[in-house]
Design a protein around this ligand. Structure first.
Ligand SMILES: [Zn+2]
Length: 289
């Protein structure tokens, strides 16, 4: 009997053990199943989050692109406005600058007799040969002239001014006077080609204290030599140089054409009247710079 009892007890214990093991196994399986479910859900969420991130990134870069494009557009627009403003400024400057100021005049091409410069200023008396006279010059040229005269004084080669602005009427009576004194021969020096240039208010006839009114010899003076080498720095040129093809040599007659054109002529050893009018006109915008 005792043996049978023991056998039953063992079976019972084994059964209990099996039941416990089954329970444990089931629980483990349940946990494992849930965990992997959780894991795959998490994985799905992660993938979706990643997708959303990629989409957001695309959207942001699209917005940035648009922003850049808009900025570029604004920049282009600003540039265009700047260009238009420049053009307007240039046109405005040109409209206020008489094209006559850089015109080539000849025995056959005169300045209109009604032409009067925009502004005329008195030249300081101390610069004049005849202090009792009043000589006028284009107002915008006066500062350049004063600067040049000061430089000449510092160089011990001072000049005096014989003639500057002459109106059409003044020039006509001057020519008549010369005609009375010299007859038809007056044409060779008085009805000078610089006639129109004097009416512009930008031309000057120069002399020295020694020469006085006898300025036809101005070409022999040190002052003349200085002018040949330096006048361009102040915007002045010799209108009718020695050996030119269009008019007699007038060493005393200088004309203001602006610093940039005068510099070009000096550097290229050219005469104003040798350049084409088209080339000269390009300097009109900067004549008073
Ligand atoms: Zn002259």
């Amino acid at each position: 009997m005792g043996k049978k009892f023991e056998k039953e007890k063992i079976v019972q214990i084994l059964l209990v053990v099996v039941v416990v093991l089954l329970g444990l196994f089931g629980y483990g399986f349940y946990r494992y199943y849930n965990l992997s479910k959780d894991f795959s859900e998490t994985k799905t969420i992660l993938i979706e989050t990643q997708k959303t991130l990629v989409e957001t990134k695309d959207e942001v870069s699209y917005l940035l692109d648009n922003l850049n494009k808009e900025q570029d557009k604004n920049k282009t627009f600003e540039d265009q406005i700047g260009q238009i403003a420049n053009t307007v400024g240039t046109l405005d400057k040109l409209s206020k600058t008489d094209k006559e100021l850089l015109q080539k005049y000849s025995k056959v091409y005169f300045l209109n007799e009604n032409y009067v410069p925009n502004g005329l200023s008195d030249i300081p008396k101390e610069y004049l040969l005849q202090k009792e006279r009043t000589l006028k010059i284009h107002s915008k040229v006066l500062p350049y002239l004063e600067e040049m005269i000061k430089a000449m004084r510092e160089n011990q080669t001072p000049i005096e001014i014989v003639s500057a602005y002459r109106s059409f009427g003044e020039q006509s009576s001057l020519k008549n006077n010369y005609n009375v004194v010299y007859g038809a021969g007056a044409n060779t020096f008085s009805a000078d080609q610089g006639y129109s240039e004097h009416q512009l208010g930008t031309a000057l006839d120069l002399t020295t204290e020694n020469l006085g009114a006898n300025f036809t010899d101005f070409g022999d003076t040190k002052a003349y030599q200085w002018l040949l080498e330096n006048a361009y720095k102040y915007g002045f040129i010799l209108s009718y140089p020695e050996g030119n093809d269009y008019y007699q040599f007038e060493p005393w007659h200088f004309r203001f054409v602006g610093k940039s054109l005068a510099k070009r002529l000096h550097e290229e050893k050219q005469f104003f009247y040798d350049l084409s009018q088209r080339n000269i006109d390009a300097y009109l915008i900067n004549i008073f710079d």
